[in-house]
Design a protein around this ligand. Structure first.
Ligand SMILES: [Zn+2]
Length: 324
């Protein structure tokens, strides 16, 4: 397996400022330095709109290789899904909750696109609740996308990255677009909302499930190289408003055994509004996020960092010389 990054090499990245993906501002405040695998990741908050994100970060092409070949092994200790993986408590728990949240909002027939559909469990559970819907999904991992087709018979699942969506599908193709634990990984959430708006039919629904930057559990565990954004309900609302979505349902996660996520369902409005960032209290946002990050700070040393450091030793190497 190709080695692509060494945790210690994050510190050698050029100190390039990442502009805010929501409002475009280049003004930000440092809110935290540290992460669950001790890369030394730096996290900032946009001074204008309050969006929290990683800055600096590895080059974009690094992430493409990371998600195609390494991500599942790195974060879930599995390269190819199997029965033991499917039986992990959180998988059916999370997806069943999300199907239930959507159940009262959907008609009996429609077309769904699940972005980042992984091994296909969500689409399989969705099909049981909505047998007359047409199912589509994309997944960047070759092994996981193949599994979705072979194991669940999900013929509408393809190995593809998010950036290929507008080539694969015509505008106004879907009644529902879902993205569970995807948005925090994408390098451009702005492009995600633009694409979702194009691909949804008039009045179509967008469902998003993300870790909660204001959650009272997980904390430091949510900071790692895959999570380039950390959304609160407030910062997600700004994206929805900017891209012409009206929120119709929201809930704080009830994922067992811990509560660390939130979910939003929003409807595509008829037209794009004129938009400017809402005023935020950046000092409060920074203070609350630092407090959030302290959760699990002690536990990670013995339970998370050391075993993971051993397991990833040799998996990653430095980025290209020009990025060093
Ligand atoms: Zn901003």
């Amino acid at each position: 397996m190709e080695k692509i990054f060494n945790p210690s090499d994050y510190r050698r990245l050029p100190n390039c400022l990442v502009p805010c993906a929501c409002c475009g501002s280049k003004e930000h405040v440092r809110v935290f330095k540290g992460d669950r695998y001790e890369f030394g990741i730096r996290t900032v908050a946009c001074s204008q709109c309050g969006l929290i994100f990683t800055s600096p970060r590895p080059p974009d092409d690094w992430f493409e290789k990371f998600y195609r070949y390494h991500y599942r092994q790195y974060y879930e200790s599995v390269s190819v899904p199997d029965e033991a993986y499917l039986n992990r408590d959180w998988i059916k728990g999370r997806h069943t909750r999300n199907v239930n949240l959507l159940a009262s909002l959907l008609p009996t027939k429609g077309t769904i696109l699940d972005i980042g559909c992984a091994e296909g469990t969500f689409l399989d559970l969705f099909r049981r609740e909505f047998p007359c819907w047409t199912l589509h999904g994309i997944e960047p991992s070759e092994d996981f996308s193949k599994f979705a087709v072979a194991h669940y018979g999900l013929q509408g699942v393809a190995m593809a990255k998010f950036e290929e969506l507008s080539v694969r599908y015509l505008p106004s193709s879907f009644d529902l677009i879902t993205a569970s634990h995807v948005l925090e990984h994408l390098l451009s959430p702005d492009d995600f909302f633009k694409t979702a708006r194009v691909l949804l039919k008039p009045g179509g629904l967008l469902f998003i499930d993300v870790p909660d930057a204001e959650g009272d559990v997980k904390g430091i565990s949510n900071l790692h190289i895959g999570h380039v954004y950390h959304f609160s309900s407030g910062s997600l609302d700004q994206f929805l408003a900017k891209h012409g979505f009206t929120k119709v349902r929201a809930q704080k996660g009830d994922e067992k055994p811990i509560r660390w996520t939130f979910q939003v369902v929003a409807r595509k409005a008829a037209s794009l509004p004129s938009w400017k960032p809402a005023t935020v209290d950046i000092k409060r946002i920074a203070r609350d996020f630092r407090k959030h990050c302290q959760i699990g700070w002690t536990d990670r040393i013995s339970k998370v960092v050391k075993p993971v450091k051993r397991s990833v030793a040799g998996l990653f190497r430095a980025p290209t010389a020009e990025a060093s």
